[in-house]
Design a protein around this ligand. Structure first.
Ligand code: HEM
Ligand SMILES: *[C@@H]1O[C@H](CO)[C@@H](O)[C@H](O)[C@H]1NC(C)=O
Ligand SMILES: *[C@@H]1O[C@H](CO)[C@@H](O)[C@H](O)[C@H]1NC(C)=O
Ligand SMILES: CC(=O)N[C@H]1CO[C@H](CO)[C@@H](O)[C@@H]1O
Length: 207
């Protein structure tokens, strides 16, 4: 049952958040036939060194998708022209796993330079990491294009905040074309991962 719910959750994340590109299964089957295998092999080989990364990687995928679609803008660094990147936003400070994505992307670049997007890399890594740690499988259509804009202000105001009430969560999801069912199912991703002591408590421990 939990696996089934997980499957629905992750299929939603994989398919419902709109992007500009026309996505399809096996988008790289001609342009970079080994791409998905390269991702899967790397994840299978390395995730067991740090299984907690699976949680952070699916969360990175979510945070990336929630701001300007799944466009890998979460990976962008500051430039001299602009300091305000998603990566430096408050919700992003606890997102880990950038090195992991960078290493997979390096392998993909070595195989087929300039073909596989960073956005697809994040989406595939997130799925494969969940599968490798015993979670459900979901199909990941590919063909996402990478964005060039990453604004701290957008990440801070759009990504759901820890203390948001239900009304605000529904509003934030609605603004991305996600309904209450999506909100409930996607929240199921919290069945893995960690929360820090600084985060909100499920109930008031002082009582
Ligand atoms: C519904 C609104 C959401 C809120 C308010 C929220 C908030 C949070 C907070 C406060 C944490 C703990 C961060 C920390 O203490 O470091 C967290 C962790 C996490 N979130 Fe969410 N989240 C939401 C939705 C989602 C969604 C849709 C996903 C993925 C599909 C997701 C995946 C995760 C995961 C896997 C972790 C654990 C991260 C880790 O272990 O490194 N969250 N979330
Ligand atoms: C961002 O900076 C880190 C650390 O310098 C680097 O490893 C990474 O490749 C950079 N990412 C991008 C998208 O430029
Ligand atoms: C939820 O939070 C919003 C924004 O902080 C606030 O305006 C609203 O009154 C809250 N709603 C409820 C039901 O607490
Ligand atoms: C955990 C993590 O990678 N956080 C990053 C958020 O953005 C700042 C600024 O780019 C980085 O220094 C952090 O490492």
């Amino acid at each position: 049952m939990i696996k089934m719910i997980g499957f629905i959750i992750l299929s939603l994340l994989a398919s419902s958040i709109p992007t500009q590109a026309q996505l399809q299964l096996g988008f790289y089957s001609k342009s970079c036939p080994k791409a998905e295998k390269i991702v899967q092999d790397f994840v299978n080989k390395h995730i067991h060194n740090a299984p907690s990364l699976a949680a952070t990687l699916i969360r990175m995928h979510f945070h990336d998708c929630f701001v300007r679609g799944c466009d890998a803008s979460i990976l962008l660094n500051s430039t001299s022209g602009g300091q305000a990147v998603e990566r430096q936003s408050v919700p992003n400070l606890s997102v880990r796993g950038y090195d992991f994505i960078d290493r997979v992307k390096s392998l993909l670049e070595a195989e087929c330079p300039g073909i596989v997007s960073c956005a697809d890399t994040i989406a595939l890594v997130a799925r494969d990491a969940i599968v490798a740690t015993g979670g459900p499988f979901w199909r990941v259509p590919t063909g996402r294009r990478d964005g060039l804009i990453s604004l701290q202000s957008e990440a801070n105001t759009q990504i759901p905040a820890p203390l948001d009430n239900f009304t605000t969560l529904v509003t934030r999801f609605d603004s991305k074309g996600l309904d209450i069912k999506d909100l409930v199912l996607l929240s199921g991703a919290h069945t893995i991962g960690i929360a820090h002591c600084s985060g909100p408590k499920p109930f008031n421990l002082s009582r």
